[in-house]
Structure formats: structure tokens, C-alpha cells
Design a protein around this ligand. Structure first.
Ligand SMILES: NC(=O)c1ccc[n+]([C@@H]2O[C@H](COP(=O)([O-])OP(=O)(O)OC[C@H]3O[C@@H](n4cnc5c(N)ncnc54)[C@H](OP(=O)(O)O)[C@@H]3O)[C@@H](O)[C@H]2O)c1
Length: 265
């Protein structure tokens, strides 16, 4: 049985994956931005699965100080962590620019998982088979560094697609740097029936089960070592090529350096 942290597990793909993984008997650490909603989901999953090994962490990922505090809390409370599923994400937002002056898509979808993951790597490394699953998307667009730094405004679609390519570039790089960990960036499937998709597009193509099922598979499959750093495209149902920038080491180096400047500045 594994110890699994799923961010953004109060709704959509993350919540359904949490229910299915709880049914299998894994120990779960759930995360949400709203304390009451998170508590309600924890109770709901405990009742539905008779699995009591479920704990929760609260943090609004649009504020990186909250991400840092959560990482510290996880490090203090969790003795083991085998799998980190960076699932929390945002597309539409009433307030597109965060207090730090950055687009919320970059902050929640990229800076937050980047920061959380780096803080949890020592804990993950205590596991015999540490694994990081990053929720990417078919929507991937070249990262404009001025936009990343908050010096240029983007549409929701552009910011979302750039944040997802940034996450994918970093995932490929992380897999190279951390050879003893499995890192998989995954597009869970396009237009799955979740709140994010209903708000953004008002329609859907597939049920949310498609996304939850691939997260289950990537969490439990014991034969993924050779696939670390390879993008899984669930629209095609197989490992595939991500956007070409994900394999451009110069662009990735600049992205990571800029990211470090932003989150440490
Ligand atoms: N659905 C799709 O077709 C699709 C396709 C490609 C990729 N994805 C990716 O899959 C992941 C899950 O998306 P979903 O479709 O399941 O969306 P969703 O139903 O809207 O769920 C998103 C989750 O992220 C949380 N979240 C949002 N903003 C947050 C913030 N500021 N701080 C902390 N948590 C926050 C939400 O919390 P609340 O419950 O409080 O709202 C929720 O738990 C995302 O990364 C998304 O980009 C989805």
C-alpha cells in the first residue's frame, strides 16, 4: 500500500482518483484550498470506502507563502510519501492576477507544484519507489518569459496553455535530474466533465472517470521506471511526445532559472 498526496482533491479528477485509491486501501493525504470543503470530502470518502487512513492539508495555491507552509506541514506530519500527484489547477478565475502580480494560472498550475515538489523531494526519497505525477494538458503553448514574470497580460487560454507547457518542461528536466524517482507528466484527457471544463467551455467530451483511471494506473503500475520523464497523452491512451519545447534544454534551463528568480524574489 502506498502513501499518496493528491493536490486539488476536493473536486473533479483529483477527488474521483482519491475515492478510487481509497477503495484500494492506500493511505491518502488530500489537499484543498477551502477547509470546510476539504473536511467534507474527507468524511465523504471515509464513509464511502471504509478507509480511515485519510488526512488533509489546506492551502490556497495562488499564494506561494501558503504552499511553503503546507510543504512544511506535510514534512512534519507525513512519515512516508510514495506518490505526489500535482493535480490542483485553474483555468478561469475572477481575479486573474495574484497579490504577487503574476497570472494565477502560472502560480497555481506551475509555481505551486514546482515549489511543493522541491520541498517534498527529501521525504519522497525515503520511499523505495518515489513517484511524481504532474497534471499537464493537451493545451501547451511556448512560455513567454515576460508573461511568466508578470510583465505581460495573457488571455485565460494562453496563460493556461503556457503554464501547462512550463509544468511539462520542468517535469522532463526533473526526471533527468532525479534518476531514482519516477516523474510522469500526464494529459488526463481533453474536456473531461469537471467544474473547470464546464466553466471554461460549457461542454465536455468524456467523463471524469477517464482522468481518474489514468491517475490510478500511473500511481499503481510497478513497471514505469523506463518511462520516467515521458509524457503520457491520455487522448491517445499512450506515452507520446509533448510540445517540442519540453525537449529543448536551453529553453528549459532559462525557464527554471527564471522560475527560481521569481519564487525566491
Ligand atoms: N478536465 C479536463 O478535461 C482536464 C484536461 C487536461 C488537464 N486537466 C488538469 O487536471 C487537473 C484537475 O482539473 P479538473 O478538471 O479536475 O478541475 P476541477 O474540477 O476544477 O478541480 C480542480 C481542483 O484544483 C483545486 N484548486 C483550484 N484552484 C486552487 C487554488 N488556488 N489553490 C488550491 N487548489 C485549487 C480545486 O479546489 P476547489 O474544489 O476548491 O475548487 C479542485 O480541487 C488540473 O490541473 C487541470 O488543469 C484537466
Amino acid at each position: 500500500m502506498k502513501h499518496i498526496l493528491i493536490t486539488g482533491s476536493t473536486d473533479g479528477i483529483g477527488k474521483l482518483a482519491a475515492i478510487e485509491l481509497a477503495k484500494k486501501g492506500h493511505t491518502l493525504y488530500l489537499h484543498g484550498r477551502n477547509k470546510e470543503k476539504l473536511q467534507q470530502v474527507i468524511e465523504e470518502i471515509k464513509d464511502a470506502t471504509s478507509n480511515d487512513n485519510i488526512d488533509g492539508f489546506v492551502a490556497d495555491f495562488s499564494n506561494l507563502d501558503k504552499v511553503k507552509a503546507m510543504a512544511q506541514e506535510v514534512n512534519e506530519k507525513a512519515s512516508t510519501l510514495d506518490v505526489l500527484i500535482n493535480n490542483a489547477g485553474v483555468f478561469n478565475a475572477n481575479q486573474a492576477i495574484t497579490e504577487s502580480g503574476h497570472d494565477i494560472r502560472f502560480v497555481v498550475n506551475y509555481f505551486a507544484p514546482y515549489m511543493l515538489t522541491n520541498s517534498l523531494i527529501p521525504l519522497l526519497k525515503k520511499s523505495s519507489e518515489p513517484r511524481i505525477i504532474n497534471l499537464s494538458s493537451a493545451a501547451q503553448a511556448p512560455v513567454v518569459l515576460e508573461a511568466l514574470k508578470g510583465e505581460m497580460k495573457l488571455s485565460a487560454q494562453s496563460a493556461y496553455a503556457q503554464s501547462k507547457l512550463a509544468l511539462t518542461m520542468w517535469s522532463v528536466d526533473l526526471a533527468k535530474r532525479e534518476q531514482d524517482m519516477i516523474v510522469i507528466p500526464v494529459n488526463p484527457g481533453s474536456l473531461l466533465n469537471t467544474k473547470m471544463v464546464q466553466e471554461a467551455y460549457g461542454q465536455f467530451w468524456s467523463s471524469v472517470d477517464k482522468g481518474a483511471n489514468i491517475l490510478m494506473e500511473l500511481t499503481e503500475n510497478e513497471n514505469l521506471v523506463a518511462q520516467s520523464g515521458v509524457y503520457f497523452d491520455n487522448d491517445q491512451g499512450r506515452f507520446a511526445k509533448a510540445h517540442e519545447d519540453a525537449y529543448d534544454s536551453n529553453k528549459t534551463k532559462t525557464l527554471i532559472e527564471t522560475t527560481e528568480d521569481i519564487i525566491n524574489g
